[in-house]
Design a protein around this ligand. Structure first.
Ligand SMILES: *Cc1c(COP(=O)(O)O)cnc(C)c1O
Length: 220
């Protein structure tokens, strides 16, 4: 089996310099995270707050930690001191909670709105209209400790690449249309889409952040 370093090198080779790789480290032991770190990876994505907090405590402090999983409001406080980007904001209520905890830590937390683009039934993610409602809400201005810096989406779990490509293309179109609503707090800069199976399609369709786990660490 190729090493983590070899996998990372191979993936990086396919990415343009504008596309940032988020190494998805969820469920992996810190020994493997350190292997990725030694190979140069500095942006790690986790989907559970507790796991991210304990890994953050244990590992070098120049790692940028991204939350990519569904978030419960009562967990936000644990990650607020250090989280680099939250990919998975799916309600105004959650954004308010992130703002509150960011304020306590005297920082501004960058967030992406998670948009529902897949065919599968999923509990998480906003429709385009719901996201638009959040970015154009007059109540957003009161949340001085969060910024919405882009969108995140997960394509359908299918081998049909044309479906995946279309979903990414749709998200990119939403991203572009939201630029009309930019202000100090809403900046359409990051488009988080693509995982191990579809990150190259995501890059072709305009993704700026790809979230890759199993292609780096294996799928055990
Ligand atoms: C696990 C996960 C990934 C990575 O998936 P792989 O197929 O292992 O690359 C990406 N995004 C989210 C939100 C995830 O939960």
């Amino acid at each position: 089996m190729p090493s983590i370093a070899a996998n990372l090198a191979q993936i990086e080779q396919g990415l343009r310099k504008e596309t940032r790789l988020v190494a998805v480290t969820k469920t992996k032991p810190t020994t493997l995270l350190m292997e990725a770190y030694e190979a140069g990876a500095r942006v790690f994505g986790e989907n559970k707050v507790q796991e991210m907090v304990s890994k953050h405590e244990e590992l070098p402090k120049d790692i940028e930690w991204h939350m990519i999983g569904h978030l419960q409001t009562n967990k936000v406080k644990y990650m607020a001191p250090f989280v680099g980007l939250v990919h998975s904001v799916d309600s105004f209520r959650l954004l308010k909670e992130i703002d509150k905890e960011a304020k306590k830590n005297d920082r501004v937390i960058d967030c992406l709105l998670q948009i529902y683009i897949a065919r599968e039934e999923t509990k998480f993610g906003l429709s385009e209209d719901e996201a638009l409602e959040i970015i154009s809400s007059p109540d957003l201005a009161a949340l001085g400790h969060v910024r919405i810096v882009g969108l995140m989406g997960m394509a359908s779990n299918t081998d049909d690449q044309s479906i995946v490509r279309n979903e990414f293309r749709g998200l990119k179109a939403t991203f572009e249309s939201f630029k009309a609503h930019e202000n100090q707090q809403v900046i359409m800069r990051e488009l988080s889409m693509g995982m191990s199976g579809d990150y190259l399609i995501a890059q072709e369709e305009g993704g700026t952040l790809v979230r890759v786990g199993s292609a780096i660490f294996g799928s055990r």
